[in-house]
Design a binder for this molecule. Structure first.
Ligand code: NDP
Ligand code: MG
Length: 389
């Protein structure tokens, strides 16, 4: 039986992972599940899967979790430190699906145990790409991408040499506002930004899809994971969300990964890698679909894409600055304190204020330096937001 842990178990990726594991429970020995506010879901899944421990990120809700677990024998724990402790428990395969920068410490802890880390938490690679890749290398751990585009690239690269790669193209649906005018986008509400035309995901990534901050994070994620140059990475708007990524080789061949917009494909690929096993995802009927559409993203509508390339040129801790500023700008937008398009203004301003001190190439990177940068960038973003609001 494979020992597995799922961090962010109550979220969209976490629940899709549990769906796959529940289909073949005898194959898995569940070590740890973590959640945040959704105590009932966390407890229910921990009991059904027979987890050793269930951890909520919220320290104030430990007794509630304990009560929900009843006499099931599942241990209860709470707080960010308890999540990291749970990630230190030996496991063969660990799903990293907490949202935001909070996903980095447990992911690092799992890699330090030599686990295979299925990485949905893109913020880990964005904030600390060098650190997380080195940690995997130094401890015999392995990272498997779960973000659909990166899973697609990973699959297109099987048996290929990175030296033969000319470019990596990741696709973007365009999110909720792909056909809106700039004027309408400026007035968009959090409710309007929270519905995605193709994918069913957590609220934060859904809003990030509408602003293309999600794609910006994915550009950085691509560079960190595949170790290509940022000039090799392209974004294509593809409204159908069926082609997830394409890899262009130096002989002109373009390998596309095509599949339904269902995260259980990328999760299942990482779960069964290096094998392929049957997955309960829809099979595409291309004759019925008929046509696929692609267009270049409009740089005016999506400044986040330009900022991602700037981050990669800056290097150092620029990714941590970018992510933290983006998280605070997103909070401010969701709280109706700034407009939709102002999120990019906040991130750009924070980057320009902090790049002389925090985006130094070749700077030493550790969990402490990343955490410190994250805190400084959040404080700076809050000041910028106050001035704008
Ligand atoms: P959700 O918002 O649906 O779930 C987030 C999970 O993290 C929940 O379990 C939540 O707990 C938990 N959580 C929230 N805040 C904290 C915290 N501070 N500390 C610990 N745990 C916390 O997100 P998604 O599942 O959509 O996304 C998860 C990650 O995967 C993100 O990094 C996202 O970018 C990435 N991703 C998601 C995709 C998708 O299709 N959803 C696609 C590709 C990548 P609770 O809900 O109980 O409060
Ligand atoms: Mg993605």
């Amino acid at each position: 039986m494979r020992k597995v842990s799922i961090f962010g178990a109550t979220g969209s990726i976490g629940q899709n992972t549990i769906d796959l594991i529940k289909r073949d429970p005898s194959a898995y020995d569940v070590v740890a599940l973590s959640g945040g506010q959704n105590i009932q879901q966390l407890a229910e899944d921990a009991v059904v899967l027979g987890a050793d421990v269930a951890v909520t990120a919220d320290e104030t809700r430990l007794s509630e979790l304990r009560a929900a677990l009843g006499d099931s024998g599942v241990e209860a724990a709470a707080g960010a430190r308890a999540i990291v402790e749970a990630a230190c428990r030996p496991a063969d395969w660990v799903m990293s699906a907490i949202v935001g920068a909070a996903g980095l410490p447990p992911g690092l802890a799992a890699l330090q145990q030599g686990a295979t880390l299925a990485l949905a938490n893109k913020e880990s690679l964005v904030t600390a790409g060098q650190l997380i890749m080195e940690t995997a290398q130094n401890h015999g751990g392995r990272i498997l991408p779960v973000d659909s585009e990166h899973s697609a690239v990973f699959q297109a690269l099987v048996g290929e040499d990175m030296d033969a790669v000319e470019r990596i193209v990741i696709t973007a649906s365009g999110g909720a506002f792909r056909d809106w005018t700039l004027e309408d986008m400026a007035r968009a509400t959090p409710e309007q930004a929270s519905s995605h035309p193709n994918w069913n995901m957590g609220q934060r990534i859904t809003v990030d899809s509408a602003s293309m901050f999600n794609k910006a994070l994915e550009i950085i994620e691509t560079k960190e994971f595949f170790n290509c140059s940022h000039e090799q990475i392209e974004v294509l708007v593809h409204p159908e969300s069926l082609v997830h990524a394409l890899v262009g080789f130096k002989d002109g061949a373009l390998m596309a990964h095509v599949g339904p917009p269902d995260m259980r494909h990328a999760i299942g690929y990482a779960l069964h890698w290096p094998e392929r096993q049957h997955l309960p995802v829809a099979r595409l009927d291309l004759a019925n679909i008929g046509a696929l559409h692609f267009r270049a993203p409009d740089p005016q509508r999506y400044p986040a894409l330009r900022l991602a390339h700037e981050v990669l040129e800056l290097g150092g801790h620029a990714g941590a600055v970018f992510n933290a500023a983006k998280e605070r700008a997103l909070d401010a937008f969701l709280d109706h304190r700034i407009g939709f398009l102002q999120m990019a203004d906040v991130v750009e301003e924070v980057l320009s204020q902090l790049s002389p001190s925090h985006c130094l190439k070749n700077a030493e990177m550790s969990l402490d330096t990343v955490t410190e940068t994250d805190h400084v960038a959040r404080r700076t973003a809050d000041t910028v937001i106050e001035q704008l609001a």
